[in-house]
Design a binder for this molecule. Sequence first.
Ligand SMILES: [Zn+2]
Length: 91
Amino acid sequence: MDLGGLTNHVGPRPAADAGARPPKDAILVHREGKAHWAGCYHLPSEKDIAAPTWGWIPDRKLWKTIGSDQVQATGGNTALKARTRCRNCDG
Ligand SMILES: [Zn+2]
């Protein structure tokens, strides 16, 4: 019997495989550098907020820093930096 290595095993996947989810109150960072709060009408549905398009910053205090400084995402796609604040979210 030769399966040629092509098995179709579908088993439980490791939790990390499901994609990390942002904390509800984290700053969300789009890959183009814009930062949003959850609930902004600019955002896709919650399930689509994930790496590699999105990163996030759980430390809410850093919101005011964004714009004068870049803030590195610490969750999701951690290569992303928040450079500008969404004007809608900043109100
Ligand atoms: Zn926004």
